[in-house]
Design a binder for this molecule. Structure first.
Ligand code: ATP
Ligand code: MG
Length: 175
């Protein structure tokens, strides 16, 4: 079994989460076990949540987030801070469980960016994780130290987004 990779999908363009789901799908096709942990819960019941249900237990999505968090450091509610702590403990437990080949930490970059998770804590868990485990970290504004540690980093760059011309979130595209 080869060494697992640390993969980062960041940038302001669309496709960070969906590219991670794509890799999850690819791995599950080989009989590998994949877990996606969503740190910031969306507002919709997403298509991927329903689709992945059919692939359980090989592919699982767990929503850890409580919904909205502030995007400015030092402005987080006690509730958001506590939720982040509980979510990170859960993520750590799953990463050390050695039950999975790939774990996707969806929007974890934002959690670090918002000051809800400590980058050094995340880095130490990544370094100490089971060797075979691939970890995919998604979200805007990936921290420099995460980028430095990663094996592969992709920046999705927005050229155009339909939202800007007033087209709201679309079924099968946004959720
Ligand atoms: P996806 O989940 O579709 O792969 P993503 O993970 O790259 O997208 P996020 O930054 O997590 O994107 O944003 C979540 C959602 O917000 C996406 O569905 C995306 O289409 C939408 N979005 C992205 N850019 C913008 C924007 N500039 N304005 C409004 N909505 C946006
Ligand atoms: Mg995303």
């Amino acid at each position: 079994m080869g060494n697992g990779l640390i993969i980062v999908n960041t940038g302001n363009g669309k496709g960070k989460t969906t590219a991670a789901l794509g890799l999850g799908l690819r791995a599950v096709g080989h009989g590998m076990k994949v877990l996606m942990l969503q740190f910031i819960k969306g507002t919709w019941l997403t298509g991927e949540l329903c689709a992945v249900k059919r692939l359980e237990p090989n592919f699982k999505i767990v929503q850890l987030g409580q919904g909205f968090v502030k995007t400015q450091k030092n402005e987080q509610s006690e509730e958001a801070i506590e939720n982040a702590r509980v979510s990170w403990d859960y993520a750590k437990q799953e990463m050390f469980s050695d039950l999975y080949d790939t774990i996707i930490l969806d929007e974890v970059n934002n959690m670090i960016d918002y000051g809800l998770l400590n980058v050094e804590d995340v880095i130490s868990v990544l370094k100490e994780r089971p060797k075979r485990l691939n970890v995919i970290l998604t979200g805007r504004n990936a921290h420099g130290k995460i980028i430095e540690l990663a094996d592969m980093v992709t920046e999705m760059q927005e050229i155009k987004h339909h939202y800007k011309k007033g087209i709201k979130a679309q079924k099968g595209i946004e959720f």
